[in-house]
Write a protein that binds this ligand. Sequence first.
Ligand code: NAD
Length: 455
Amino acid sequence: MSNYAEMVQSARETFYSGKTRPMDFRIKQIKQLRKMIEENKSDFSGALSTDLRRTKFENYVLELDFTINECTHMLRHIKEWAAPERPSKTWVNIFDDVVIHKEPYGVVLVMGAWNYPLQLTLAPVVGAIAAGNCVIIKPSEVASAVAKLIADLVPKYLDNECYKVVYGGVPETTELLKQKFDYIFYTGSTTVGRIVREASNKYLTPVTLELGGKSPTYIDNTADVPITAKRLVWGKFINAGQTCIAPDYVLCTKEVQDKIIEECKRVIKEYYGEDPKQSPDLCRIITTKHFQRLAAFLSNGEVAIGGRTDPGEKYIEPTFLINVKPTDPIMQEEIFGPILPFINVNNAYEAIKFINEREKPLVLYAFSKDSAVQNLFISQTQSGAVCINDTILQYSVDTLPFGGVGMSGMGAYHGKLSYDTFVHPKGCLLRTFNFIGEFVGSSRYPPYSETKLKF
Ligand code: NAD
């Protein structure tokens, strides 16, 4: 294990040297990060496939191109976002300069998760660099091929004094979290999110926690069944359901359930063939431990589609479960795999009650043509985000905040928020010794009198 105290201290000294402050330096580093991904696309895609047996298409679209776009979007806007803001002021400050300076925090720790190991680690790093911080990057050891590649390549492309990678697991992270950081950006489970928050308390370090949870999906009888099925199956089974914003369970009537399941059977065949196990487009579960946790859920309720597994390959067939009870184990924790349980409700109000009785999810999906129902879900529930009549795509809109609420997280990023997350908005009042300004403000000085109270 490296000496993390020394590592953080040297990053802090570099930060105070002012090296990360000039705009040209930050722009150069983001360009270098983009170049690192562009020049090593095939190695990154290979590593992602080693970790998740993921197809090249998903590797490119969901990770490589996504992260490259984050860099490009940041480069396009960085000067505008970094510019000091001049908020409105009253006559009292008429001779003063009222400015909000965007101040980098200092040394930032970014911890990524294994399920999208490239973009979840590097997209926040783009914001942290853009804002002028030094960054300690901690990829998830669970996706070890990608983590090793990041550890290998970052020193070759980015400034070594400002940006450092820690490769390691729980003991390394535990040691790392004992250090004093100026900001921590964590992506992963709620359980570890708590550990990170507790560690951050020691120095009152601000944190962003991008966590998980059970994202519900409501479908009513006005929804277009073929399109709903296509979007639901895609959103649930990309990355074999190991997606923090995957639909976790479906709420609908028994009638809607029957129609959706019939159509989803057809769509699964269309996407993955007669035997999904043979499809190159279906990922595997990341580790045997994760596979075993998921396989145990298959005895909950009744299998309506799929249900087969192959422990040797860590394969779980795209599976729909019906007659699931809210008290079943699968409904007690985030599924994070290719299993979709259905719970029957009679209407939107019952669905909303069901959702509101549980922890606030990361995303809420609702399929309905009825705008009153759509608005009901937006206004009567709480979640990190809402997506009506589709799945996952809200994530790709870079002007929308991405983040959870309550147990699904705190803070948000993407686009401008990726920049704003990593700066402290420092309020600055710049006064002069102007005689009139001094006269206007002089009523604040003692001795106080009734007349002065009127000003
Ligand atoms: P993980 O096991 O890769 O852990 C994430 C990070 O926490 C890693 O860097 C790991 O080293 C560290 N870590 C793990 N155990 C630790 C411990 N005991 N002490 C200190 N550090 C520790 O990922 P995970 O937690 O299995 O990720 C899956 C979860 O993440 C799911 O709940 C998913 O919903 C959530 N997630 C959220 C988002 C989001 O953006 N909101 C994205 C992806 C995943």
